[in-house]
Write a protein of this length. Structure first.
Length: 112
């Protein structure tokens, strides 16, 4: 079973700033839930998914990004529950922040 935990809009703002998220929670959840491999999408309001991990008790916890497994605050919890932690690296060139910055630059440049 694949359960995807998703930050609420408020926790995204806390992590990434007041202009985020670019896509609201309901739409992000709909998009991810539409993937055939995904069984459930669950929102969490904390900046770290510790409460969700305690409830789901994953066999594998996957985090995207440039992290080291042992740097993550959730690693100890996942391992204490018998699970493993894996990191999926970012796809080079794909970043919502970079897309937003390019759009802002394009709009700023076209108004001159």
């Amino acid at each position: 079973m694949l359960v995807v935990g998703m930050n609420t809009d408020d926790s995204v703002r806390e992590l990434k700033g007041e202009t985020r998220p670019f896509i609201r929670l309901e739409d992000r959840m709909f998009l991810v839930a539409s993937l055939e491999a995904v069984d459930f999408v669950v929102e969490f309001s904390e900046t770290k998914p510790l409460k969700l991990i305690e409830r789901v008790k994953p066999d594998v916890h996957v985090k995207g990004g440039d992290y080291e497994v042992d740097e993550l605050p959730e690693t100890a919890l996942v391992r204490s529950l018998g699970g493993d932690v894996r990191i999926v690296p970012h796809v080079k060139g794909l970043s919502s922040t970079k897309i937003a910055n390019r759009a802002h630059e394009a709009l700023s440049g076209s108004s001159e």
